[in-house]
Each structure stands twice: as C-alpha cells, then as structure tokens.
Design a protein. Structure first.
Length: 76
C-alpha cells in the first residue's frame, strides 16, 4: 500500500459571486458550479473581497463544495 504525504488538491479559476462574511464567500467556476471559498487565516486580515473578482482557489477533488483562496482577489 502506497503512502501519500501530500494532500491531493487542484487549482481552479473562479469568480466571487457573494460575500458571506470576512473569511468566506460564494464563488462560481466557469462551468457554473457554485461553492463556498474561504481565506487562509493568515491572509484574511486586510483583504476586502469584491463581487465579480477573479480568484484562484485550491480544492480537493473529493469535496467540491468548498475551496481555499490561494491568491488575493482583484478585478480583472
């Protein structure tokens, strides 16, 4: 049996569609799939997300209902 040290994740481009609170927001992939995206605790302090911002998220291929922001959102 093989042991995997690294978590399996995928990086995807998404669009912010709604702000839930300071650390979470609704996001949508290009194919229309919607999910909740979260900031990493260390990144959340000074970032003010805006609706329609283009973002990159890290997601598990096993749970596509949530993702983690891996870059700062910005209008594009």
């Amino acid at each position: 049996m093989a042991c995997m040290d690294k978590k399996e994740t995928i990086l995807l481009d998404a669009r912010l569609i709604s702000v839930i609170d300071n650390n979470a927001f609704g996001a949508e992939l290009r194919n229309g799939h919607r999910f909740v995206a979260f900031f990493r605790r260390s990144n959340a302090g000074d970032i003010k997300p805006e609706v329609d911002a283009q973002i990159t998220v890290e997601m598990s291929p096993y749970d596509m209902s949530k993702g983690r922001l891996v870059n700062k959102p910005g209008k594009q």
